[in-house]
Design a protein around this ligand. Structure first.
Ligand code: DLL
Length: 437
């Protein structure tokens, strides 16, 4: 199902024409209204009038996370506060949060792209959507909420956490879909087991998950244990929140980017050189329809690639691959680059291993060390096969070494030892940085 075929199935030529028109408008808007953009455009010796084709986008300067911080809180807004109707923020690891402002027009666009997301997941006004994304400054809760209302679904704004109540509501309110972070939903599965609720007996048929990297194996784990279809959705506060891209139920293979609102590029994260379509690199987005806080060539630090081949669903929008991780979450262990999601994949392929894990990175003298702590099911842990547990740990270590190239210590820990997340999971504890501080 397609929410807005006029745009979602727009012939590429027409779409590119629309993008160019909107890009020109946005470039002029930020140049005239945002001192930061005037300064960096002037420095790059480029004017909005220089944009004559979509390729000219490359002449414009990038926007970095540090530009957001330097202009904290409202310095990048191109609309007056009088016209800003909503403010969200995402908490960074250090310093000030990243602040974003929306005009009523932006909220309408956001609802529209989220309506597309839900429709692509097969949901309609007949559905009841339990929204377990956090409500608040985080964009997940309200972003999904407005999209769910836009398609006329009945939305249950439960937010994240309070898992026993979530399970009760799922049962009593007969939700047909659930939204949340994959790590939180993985913990809900466990709560349902504790509460003696058979998830397969509930009417939920679709899960709409995102806001953090999750592996294909995690998808299989959730789909299998709950008996639902799990759809990946992607976005970031700076660009709009959720709604930048989402999978369609036909393929579950790549996330269609709402290209009538956001132009995507992929760049080499080290050199910032634009890469040919299809190569893996850092995603860069330019918003072309927002007017509260449009961003030009925002460097997301998310690593993925773009696939322009047609999709069986009929949408003409390109698809981005599932995000592998953020370049800042990449661990460098004795010179080898590793993403937590790669380790997750290895773990979940193992029988008896649960989707609750943590990666502890430390230093032993000059050597980086990595320990993967992962829970295993109680019956395995308390069986008296301690020797075979050790053998299993070794064998996982061996698989990690063979496929990722790092020597990690694997430690099976008792059930419920790893902290459960209510939103984005913190997978990595880096004691090396803790020691530096
Ligand atoms: O996480 C927006 C969102 C809410 C997306 C709900 C999807 C669902 P931020 O808090 O600003 O916004 O974090 C954005 O989260 O740059 C990615 O690194 C990561 N991220 C978001 N979605 C995915 C995903 C929201 N599907 C940052 N897969 C982004 C992998 C994701 N990473």
């Amino acid at each position: 199902m397609i929410w807005n075929p006029t745009y979602e199935k727009m012939p590429r030529k027409e779409l590119e024409k629309l993008q160019l028109e909107r890009l020109k408008h946005t470039a002029a808007l930020v140049y005239n209204k945002v001192p930061h953009y005037k300064k960096v455009f002037d420095k790059a010796n480029v004017r909005p009038e220089d944009i004559k084709s979509l390729d000219d986008l490359r002449r414009l300067p990038f926007t970095l996370k540090s530009d957001m911080r330097d202009n904290y809180p409202y310095g990048l807004f191109s609309a007056e506060l009088d016209n800003i109707v909503r403010i969200h923020a995402s908490s960074g690891t250090t310093g000030h949060p990243t602040v974003v402002g929306y005009t009523q027009n932006d909220i309408d666009i956001w609802s529209e792209v989220m309506a597309r997301t839900f429709t692509a997941a097969g949901l309609t006004n007949k559905d009841v959507i339990q929204n377990a994304f956090g409500y608040g400054l985080f964009t997940g809760g309200l972003g999904a909420h407005y999209g769910a209302e836009r398609i006329g679904a009945s939305v249950i704004p439960v937010s994240g956490g309070n898992s026993h109540r979530q399970i009760m509501l799922l049962k009593d309110f007969r939700a047909t879909a659930i939204c949340g972070t994959p790590s939180y939903v993985a913990s809900l599965i466990e709560t349902a087991q504790d509460d003696g609720v058979d998830l397969h007996s509930l009417p939920v048929r679709v899960g709409i998950f995102g806001a953090e990297p999750w592996s294909a194996e995690m998808r299989r784990e959730i789909e299998g244990k709950w008996g639902i279809k799990a759809i990946d959705i992607y976005g970031l506060s700076e660009i709009i929140g959720p709604g930048v891209s989402s999978e369609c139920e036909e393929e579950q293979n790549g996330l269609h980017i709402n290209e009538d609102h956001f132009i995507v590029e992929t760049i080499n994260p080290e050199t910032a050189e634009v890469l040919p379509v299809g190569s893996e690199g850092e995603l860069v987005f330019t918003t072309i329809s927002k007017d509260g806080m449009p961003l030009i060539r925002y460097r997301t630090r998310d690593l993925s690639s773009v696939d322009p081949t047609p999709c069986s669903c009929g949408r003409t929008f390109v698809r981005m691959k599932k995000v592998r991780g953020r370049s800042d979450d990449m661990l460098i262990i004795r010179g080898v680059n590793v993403f937590p999601s790669q380790i997750e994949s290895m773990l979940l392929e193992y029988n008896g291993v649960l989707p609750y894990y943590q990666i502890v990175v430390d230093k032993n003298g000059p050597m980086d060390t990595i320990e993967v702590q992962v829970e295993i099911s109680e019956d395995v842990f308390f069986s008296d096969r301690i020797r075979s547990l050790q053998t299993a740990e070794y064998s996982l270590e061996k698989s990690i070494k063979e496929s990722i190239g790092i020597s990690a210590k694997v430690r099976f820990v008792e059930h419920r030892t790893i902290m459960r997340s209510e939103g984005k999971a913190q997978r990595v504890i880096d004691k090396r940085t803790e020691k530096k501080q």
